[in-house]
Design a protein around this ligand. Structure first.
Ligand SMILES: [Fe+2]
Length: 376
C-alpha cells in the first residue's frame, strides 16, 4: 500500500512552516521574558511548559520575585510611618479615610469632574470602564489633584506597596455597572493580578456603599507562605490548561474553599466614603463585589507593576525627556500602534471628549481582551 498525500497536505505544511518560523523568531523573546513581568501560560510556551514548571520554573519566578520585592520595599520604609508599614504587612492593603480636609476635597472633586478630556472606554462583562488620563492638561485643570499626587501620602504608599520608587501611572476611572447586557464582569471574581507584588490604588471621588461594587481583599493573602507557593506550583503544572482564560494568562482565580486550604479567611468587603484612598498589593486575592444596582463609581486609579527581577525602575529616560506625566497617553498610543500592526487588540476605545461623570455615549462595542494585560 503506497503512501498517499492528503489533499490538505500543502495547507498543513504551510501552517507548520509558519508556526515553526514564528517559534524560531520568538524564541529569544520568550527566553528573555522569563526574567520579565510576563505572566501568561498561553502566550509564552516557556512559561506555560508543564515540564519546565515541574522542574520549578514558575515556583522559582514567584519565590525570587518576592525576595527581590522585599529587598526593594525595605529600602522604601522611610516613605511610611510605622503604623502604615505594619498595617500593610498584616493585611496587604492600606486604607486612608479623610485624605483631604473637606473643602479641599470638594474643590478637587469639582475640578476633576468638570474636566472634559479625551476618554477611553472598554467593556468588561456587563460593566463599562472609562479612563481619562492624568496628564499635564488635567493636572493644570485640577491643581488640588496635582498637589495630592505630588504629596508624601500618595507617593509614600503607592511606591512602598509597589516596591518601586517611581510615581505610578494614573487615570480618572469611572466604572458603570449593569451598563450592558454582557456576562459577569471578570473583576468580580476573586483573583490575583500576577505572580509577583504589584500595586493598585484608588482615591475615591464618590461614596462606595455596600451595594455599589466595593473593593474586596483577602487579608494577608499578599504573603508568599509555603502553602501559597505550593499552590502556585501546582497550578503551574497545568500550563495553559487552567480551565479559565484569565487564569491561563496569569491572573489566578481562587474560590473560598481553596482560601481555607491556604490558611486564609474570607474576603473583607470595603465600602468607603468619598475622599478615601485604598492602596493594595494585588498579588493578594481581591475583587470588586458585584453591584446590586446600576452604579457609577469615580476614582483616581493608579497602578504600578514593576519588572520583578530588576533592582529598581528602568524608565528614568521618561524624566529626562519630560514625559513622566504623559505615560497614559504614550501607553494608549503604543497599544493603538500594536493593534494597527496586528500585535494585539486594544479594547480601550476612543470615545471623544467626556467628563468623568458623563453617561457612556452609544456605540461602545465589546472587544476581546488582550489577556496578558488583564488586571485592574
Ligand atoms: Fe485585579
Amino acid at each position: 500500500m503506497g503512501y498517499r498525500l492528503s489533499q490538505h497536505a500543502p495547507a498543513e505544511w504551510w501552517a507548520a512552516l509558519q508556526s515553526g518560523a514564528r517559534a524560531a523568531l520568538l524564541s529569544p523573546w520568550w527566553a528573555a521574558s522569563v526574567l520579565g513581568a510576563d505572566k501568561s501560560f498561553v502566550d509564552n510556551p516557556l512559561l506555560g511548559s508543564p515540564r519546565l514548571n515541574a522542574w520549578g520554573l514558575h515556583r522559582w519566578r514567584v519565590y525570587t520575585a518576592h525576595v527581590l520585592a522585599a529587598r526593594r520595599r525595605a529600602r522604601l520604609t522611610d516613605l511610611l510611618d510605622g503604623m502604615d508599614a505594619s498595617t500593610f504587612e498584616r493585611n496587604g492593603f492600606i486604607i486612608k479615610r479623610n485624605v483631604l480636609p473637606d473643602d479641599e476635597f470638594q474643590q478637587l472633586r469639582r475640578q476633576v469632574l468638570g474636566h472634559r478630556a479625551p476618554a477611553r472606554e472598554r467593556v468588561h462583562g456587563d460593566t463599562v470602564t472609562r479612563h481619562i488620563a492624568v496628564n499635564p492638561g488635567l493636572l493644570r485643570a485640577a491643581p488640588g489633584l496635582a498637589a495630592l499626587l505630588q504629596g508624601p501620602l500618595w507617593n509614600g504608599l503607592t511606591r512602598y506597596v509597589a516596591a518601586c520608587d517611581r510615581a505610578p501611572m494614573a487615570c480618572v476611572q469611572s466604572v458603570q455597572t449593569h451598563a450592558t447586557l454582557g456576562d459577569r464582569d471578570p473583576q468580580t471574581h476573586l483573583h490575583a493580578d500576577t505572580f509577583h507584588p504589584t500595586m493598585r490604588a484608588w482615591y475615591f471621588l464618590t461614596d462606595v456603599g455596600n451595594d455599589d461594587s466595593p473593593f474586596c481583599y483577602v487579608p494577608g493573602s499578599h504573603r508568599l507562605t509555603p502553602a501559597r507557593l505550593a499552590w502556585e506550583h501546582e497550578r503551574s503544572l497545568r500550563g495553559p490548561g487552567q480551565g479559565d482564560r484569565h487564569a491561563a494568562r496569569g491572573s489566578a482565580h481562587i474560590d473560598r474553599n481553596h482560601l481555607a486550604a491556604l490558611g486564609l479567611g474570607h474576603p473583607a468587603r470595603l465600602p468607603v466614603p468619598a475622599n478615601t484612598l485604598i492602596v493594595a498589593d494585588t498579588f493578594g486575592f481581591h475583587k470588586q463585589a458585584r453591584a446590586r444596582r446600576p452604579t457609577m463609581r469615580i476614582e483616581v486609579w493608579a497602578r504600578d507593576r514593576p519588572r520583578p527581577f530588576l533592582p529598581g525602575p528602568t524608565d528614568a529616560a521618561l524624566d529626562l525627556l519630560g514625559l513622566r506625566d504623559h505615560r497614559v497617553d504614550l501607553h494608549w498610543a503604543l497599544r493603538d500602534l500594536a493593534g494597527h500592526l496586528g500585535a494585539g487588540r486594544n479594547p480601550w476605545q476612543r470615545r471623544g471628549l467626556l467628563a468623568p461623570d458623563a453617561p457612556s455615549p452609544p456605540g461602545l462595542r465589546p472587544v476581546p481582551e488582550d489577556h496578558s494585560r488583564h488586571g485592574a
